[in-house]
Design a protein around this ligand. Structure first.
Ligand SMILES: NC(=O)c1ccc[n+]([C@@H]2O[C@H](COP(=O)([O-])OP(=O)(O)OC[C@H]3O[C@@H](n4cnc5c(N)ncnc54)[C@H](OP(=O)(O)O)[C@@H]3O)[C@@H](O)[C@H]2O)c1
Length: 255
């Protein structure tokens, strides 16, 4: 998508954090936005902040029905959707000890199940209009299993894999698929962390990097580059060397 101006872009997960900043940047570039998340009051505030011309459409991505309802509302107003960006995720810092299995299932349900729900309701529309863009947000935490990372890392690895499969299956249908792999971004999600977050960036910087990616032909949008390239090196290390480095990091974290 070379030009953002006038494009209908559905942002799911924009009541805070990266999605919130992305909505502001896209609105400034002239996009027509559909603003989604669960907290309607936050979405209304955001829309008012952006001039009130966008569509507020609350959804809970865990519910397939909620997304079907949303799509039916959107279709009434806009003949086409150019792009859909999936950002929702639950993250809880994991200390490596046993966790409530209900919380783990909830994380997997939102982070992975939510993405499948969104794609399921969008695909018929994109196939009918014969174009579209699907952008799923994963994380560099999905490159490898990190200490204290489960089940978040597992969910993000699944999203990367899912986006890769979708790209191979949909590119011949003129549907562009991309994945976003951020490093640390200062948002309510990372505010819970009590460990050092190297090279953390502000959400507006993340939003600008995402927009550069949306406008380009790249599959993977990753930032900040200095940090993500370090993570990419970890990604390609042979397993014995990777686990050796992780042992050292764990000792450092526990100090
Ligand atoms: N921040 C980072 O350092 C970082 C790094 C790597 C990847 N990421 C990824 O970036 C994405 C955005 O994260 P963020 O840092 O901006 O976190 P955030 O501020 O917590 O934003 C998460 C958004 O998802 C929405 N959401 C959560 N559950 C939902 C549900 N069931 N249905 C619909 N919307 C839901 C939240 O709104 P409601 O509560 O109103 O529903 C919120 O708008 C996530 O996928 C995250 O994993 C973040």
């Amino acid at each position: 998508m070379k030009d953002i101006n006038g494009k209908v872009i559905w942002i799911i997960g924009c009541s805070s954090g990266i999605g919130f900043a992305l909505a502001k940047e896209l609105s400034e570039l002239g996009a027509i936005l559909i603003l989604s998340a669960r907290r309607e009051n936050k979405l209304e505030d955001l829309n008012n902040n952006l001039g009130g011309n966008h569509l507020v459409c609350p959804v809970d991505v865990e519910s397939h029905k909620s997304l079907i309802n949303a799509v039916n509302i959107i279709k009434e107003i806009y003949p086409n959707i150019d792009s859909a960006i999936f950002l929702p995720a639950i993250y809880l810092p994991h200390d490596g000890n046993k966790k409530d299995i209900k919380i783990i299932h909830k994380m997997l349900s939102v982070n992975i199940g939510g993405a499948f729900n969104m794609v399921d309701v969008l695909l018929p529309i994109f196939e009918k209009q014969k174009f579209g863009q699907i952008i799923l947000c994963a994380s560099v935490a999905g490159y490898r299993g990190l200490p204290m990372g489960q089940p978040y890392c597992a969910s993000k690895a699944a999203i990367i894999s899912y986006a890769e499969s979708l790209k191979t299956e949909l590119e011949h249908k003129n549907i562009d698929v991309k994945v976003i792999n951020p490093g640390f971004v200062r948002t309510p999600l990372t505010d819970k962390n009590d460990f050092p977050m190297p090279m953390i960036i502000e959400p507006d910087i993340a939003a600008k990097a995402i927009i550069r990616g949306i406008k380009s032909r790249v599959f993977e949008i990753h930032f900040p580059k200095k940090f993500t390239y370090i993570m990419k090196i970890l990604h390609i290390l042979p397993a014995p060397l990777y686990f050796f480095i992780m042992r050292i990091i764990q000792k450092f974290i526990k100090k």
